[in-house]
Design a protein around this ligand. Structure first.
Ligand code: ATR
Length: 278
């Protein structure tokens, strides 16, 4: 029941009309018995400052941030945690002791999902990250700080791959390569992660790399979750690789945000169920 005591949470993005987060978050909050409501707010870039000021004045507990505001929100916050600072983007804002703090739960969400679904020793992983954008920065930071043996960034624009490889070299061995020249790196890898949008609905036939670069020794992981089974994952499956879909990251990044706001564990199975039926 919504009362005068109900607190506010939400999602800031543009567009947000397609988002399943309100269904997932409100179901989770109800199960957690937390008196909060979570709504999606469509805010254009030129309205961001006003929207953030409004949310602060209305004493939101916090909110999620999505495209295109993940970097632009930073000047409006008082502080960033390590993850947001190193990734250079914020997906969760938390009000804590009078300060608005930016977090990034994408990388930690990815890692939780991967280790929950796959029996994996992170310290033995030679990783190829396909892509060098914001999602690659989050996943790369999480894998590097979790102790991955080596991370190779394979990107269409090789300069961006080099920049990310340089950044991640603080924590692990790295390399950078053009995605079209990444066949050897992919073949020698144990974990291949697609962080590009290639294969996302409606371009469901596309794979970021040729199917015959994959083999049964791989863990093939895709951040794309619409469709669940991308052409890239199907190619891996046909080669006998282990498959990790993007749905888990979506759930776990949200669960970590809930835990930051509410201080208690989120109901992961329920959140998964809501996403699967929506
Ligand atoms: P996100 O925040 O989702 O990571 P982004 O920062 O825009 O989004 O990054 C998109 C990534 O997908 C980039 O690595 C991009 O490659 P470029 O750096 O060369 O632009 C990659 N990407 C997008 N479309 C692609 C395509 N058709 N083929 C290969 N890579 C693609």
């Amino acid at each position: 029941m919504i009362t005068s005591q109900t607190g506010s949470l939400g999602l800031l993005g543009h567009p947000v009309g397609h988002s399943k987060s309100p269904e997932m978050m409100n179901a989770a909050l109800k199960a957690m018995e937390m008196p909060y409501i979570y709504l999606a707010y469509d805010v254009s870039p030129d309205e961001l400052k006003q929207a953030v000021e409004g949310m602060k004045a209305l004493k939101f507990r916090g909110w999620n941030v999505t495209i295109p505001h993940k970097v632009a929100i930073i000047p409006h916050l008082d502080e960033l945690d390590d993850s947001a600072r190193e990734i250079g983007a914020v997906n969760t804002v938390v009000y804590h002791q009078g300060r608005w703090i930016g977090h990034n739960t994408d990388g930690a969400g990815y890692l939780r999902s991967l280790t929950e679904e796959i029996d994996i020793r992170l310290s033995e992983q030679r990783v190829v990250l396909l892509g060098a954008g914001g999602a690659a920065r989050a996943v790369g930071y999480a894998l590097a700080t979790a102790g991955a043996e080596k991370i190779t960034i394979a990107n269409r624009t090789v300069e961006k791959a080099e920049q990310l490889a340089e950044h991640l070299s603080r924590w692990t061995r790295t390399a950078a390569v053009s995605i079209t020249d990444s066949k050897t790196a992919v073949e020698e890898a144990t974990l291949v992660v697609n962080t590009t949008s290639v294969g996302m609905y409606p371009c469901t036939e596309e794979s970021p790399i040729p199917a015959d670069w994959l083999h049964e020794g791989h863990i093939v992981s895709d951040l794309v979750y619409r469709p669940r089974q991308t052409a890239f994952l199907i190619a891996g499956q046909e080669k006998g690789a282990q498959i990790h879909t993007g749905l888990g990251m979506l759930i776990h990044q949200a669960a970590i945000a809930l835990e930051l706001w509410m201080g208690k564990p989120a109901p992961i199975p329920l959140m998964k169920q809501v996403l699967e039926i929506s």
